[in-house]
Write a protein that binds this ligand. Structure first.
Ligand code: MRU
Length: 365
């Protein structure tokens, strides 16, 4: 999508430098900084530190990391150790393991001399596929927004609530939850987005930055406001992303998503989750029992980053000295609270049958 009128993907290959370029998301929305990722440790750090973040983008970044590993040393031992190094960076988003497995399974049967070129080609393929998948998620989700808009008085916006940032910078382009929003806006449908702040890291500010750059009306709200807005019929639809979806349609997403789903259920607001198929973990059934939840540094809770009135970007402490913080980064929304799943192949029920109907080849495996 566009930044100041120029089209960007969230990562791109610089042929001259023979290196990956990323947008360092730690500085957004205050500063737009592009960074080159140069070493295997740098790839791992970029994911851990959330310079790149969002399940699909983590996967695509790891694929380029495997390409660098193959260029440095294409042996089985080295590729396996790079796989291990990247796999432990973030435990919840399954796209990471999906991309690493896809790279390793493709590369290991090849002769060593062919692996470096093949790995880079595969990383490009994974990135391009992600763009196309998310574009199609948007076209499928657009149908929902069209239907709601058609029931409203002319010009009245469809009011959509979203949590975290499942936007274009969380993917290679388009985003998952935001893709239907971009398509609807571009088609001329009036929409208004309620953007959850999403403490502790305030990914909502990233979503607000994206939507603002695209001219989409939105309001940044505290994480606790959603239930109140739903009670007062101010939300027509919730769309979030997901970091891992189980084969029965439980959805693991940014902490706080579950509470939004509960409020949506209580108020009869449709709660949809947008996801690319690599986010489905076909080996997991019960998300609450089986998905590992990332515990991040408590400093993300006790401190907050922002821009002061003089324009300086800095971090301040919000808690008293000595108070400890707790920081589970994700929660699981059981399938019974999910109205439907928006995928690149269509919309389905959050159920084993729903997902198997759209992806029979994976469901059988
Ligand atoms: O911790 P983050 O910022 O990587 O978490 C991101 C999310 O929870 C997103 O909603 C999810 O990855 C879907 S991104 C298209």
């Amino acid at each position: 999508m566009k930044v100041n009128g120029q089209h960007y993907r969230s990562l791109w290959w610089d042929e001259g430098a023979k290196a990956l370029q990323i947008i360092d998301q730690r500085w957004l929305p205050h500063d737009f900084r592009v960074q080159q990722v140069d070493s295997l440790q740098d790839f791992a750090d970029a994911i851990v530190e959330m310079r790149v973040r969002g399940a699909p983008l983590i996967g695509a970044t790891a694929a380029y990391g495997m390409a660098l590993a193959a260029r440095l040393d294409p042996s089985d031992a080295h590729l396996n150790s790079a796989w291990e190094q990247f796999n432990k960076t973030r435990p919840t988003a399954i796209n990471l393991r999906w991309a690493l497995n896809r790279c390793r399974d493709y590369l290991l049967p090849l002769p060593e001399a062919a692996r470096a070129d093949a790995a880079l080609k595969l990383a490009h393929e994974i990135a391009d596929e992600d763009v196309e998948i998310n574009r199609n998620i948007g076209l499928n989700g657009l149908k929902l927004i069209r239907e709601i808009s058609a029931r409203k008085p002319a010009g009245e916006p469809v009011r959509i609530l979203t949590h975290c940032n499942a936007g274009w910078i969380a993917t290679v382009d388009w985003g998952t939850a935001t893709s239907p929003m971009y398509h609807a806006h571009d088609e001329g449908i009036a929409i208004h987005i309620w953007v959850d702040e999403t403490r502790p890291r305030n990914q909502g500010a990233l979503t607000a930055w994206e939507l603002g750059s695209h001219g989409i009306p939105h309001t940044y709200i505290t994480d606790n406001a959603g239930g109140h807005l739903m009670q007062h019929s101010l939300v027509d639809l919730v769309i979030t992303g997901t970091d891992r979806t189980t084969r029965r349609g439980d959805v693991c997403n940014k902490i706080g998503t579950y509470l939004k789903a509960l409020a949506a259920k209580d108020n009869g607001v449709p709660f949809y989750v947008a996801l690319p198929s690599p986010t489905i973990d076909w080996t997991v059934d019960d998300g609450v029992a089986e998905i590992p939840i990332e515990e991040r540094s408590t400093s993300e809770v006790t401190h907050i980053m922002g821009r002061d009135q003089a324009g300086a970007i800095g971090t301040v402490q919000v808690t008293p000295d000595g108070s400890s913080g707790g920081n589970p980064a994700f929660d699981v929304t059981p399938n019974r609270l999910v109205t439907g799943l928006i995928t690149e192949r269509g919309i389905c029920d959050a159920s084993p049958e729903g997902l198997a109907g759209l992806f029979p080849e994976f469901a059988k495996a």
